[in-house]
Design a protein around this ligand. Sequence first.
Ligand SMILES: [Zn+2]
Ligand SMILES: [Zn+2]
Length: 444
Amino acid sequence: MLKPSLSLRRRWRLWFAVAAIMLSAAVAAGLGQIAKDPEPRWWKGNLHTHTLWSDGDNFPDLVAEWYRDHGYHFLALSDHNLLSQGELWMSAKAVNRRAGVDAVAKYRQRFGARWVDARGSAAEGNEEIRLKTLDEVRSLVEERGRFLMIPAEELTGTAGDGRSLHMNASNLAEQLVFQAGSTMRESILRNLQMVDQSAKRTGRDVLLHVNHPNYKWGLTAEDLAGVVDERFFEVWNGVDNDNDPGDATHPDTETIWDIANTLRIVRYHAAPLYGLATDDSHDHHDNKTRAVPGRAWVMVRSRYLHAGALIQAIRRGDFYATTGITLADVTFDRTARTLSLQIEPQAGAEFVTRFMGTRKGVALEGKPRRDAQGQPVETTLDYRTASGPQIGEVFAEVKGRTPSYTLRGDELYVRAVVTSTLKPVVESSELPLQRAWTQPVGWQ
Ligand SMILES: [Zn+2]
Ligand SMILES: [Zn+2]
């Protein structure tokens, strides 16, 4: 009687011991483990990208892989007026014509026949390839804490006055249709309201930002100032010839930013805009240079690599825009009223930081800009005075890797823009040297 019961007890003990060892091994291997309170850190992401789903020239899975393999943590494929859902077949010939290379062969070479869905016949010239949906792409490239895809759509259209408006909605749960109002401002507002309603309906935080304001000279600083509920725009878009630097009669995007911020604070008693940098990449085959990946991105500070957490951080202004410069830290001490940056070193690079903004009491009488023939140009008004620019004034210029600026009290806001002596890794005709932009502070 006694012997079998002991042996049974021993067997149970052994079983428990084995189970305990397996459990601790699993924990040690990090299975299912999430740090309790991870420290906030910087995540690198691009919120503006095109694929074959609209007018980009590569398959979405290859585009997503490129970003994952180049140090990015998150990516929004933001094709024009659609979310990459449902079944879409594309003629192999049309794909290759658009790419200017044998993109279909490259696609097959990378993923093999099991992943690539084809129908028809290449020999008969009627082969078609199915574009992978966002869900399929996610299954291929996503990894917790390492790489995240954010569903997005570039709401693309024309305002009733004929001007071009593109806005990116990031973290959308449903496809939306561009809303045209009679004016640019009304159009921005209508799309913003539509996105907000969708966000409420679907329980998602959706970020809507205005894209490339100078593309086709679509937007003015007054437009961006006038819709105070819109808080985000692209201070830099990686596409060459989308006019970020402005021209003789149109201000550059940074000047637009300062004018819009000043008008918002003084005229509308509203918060300034936050600036993003994005690639807006379309050309993914190294054979074209207009809209290539890797030119411009955002760094967002958040505890988690999660769309909601990233968008919350962007809403707080806890991010910066860059074309190559990396910041270890950006802080605004609200008590001391000091904005401080820590710039990561790069071999051979020297840095100059300009602290810019506008002072209280600024003259806000804008004059129409005129072309060479003296005709008024329909664009942002000219607020420069005889004694120089009062809007977007350079308060201080600081060299080195730890620049800081303490507000003296008469600033409406201040922001920092860092310029490096290095060229961007992916060169651009519009931007000779690497730059980074932090968000306006001191306006609260
Ligand atoms: Zn666009
Ligand atoms: Zn775009």
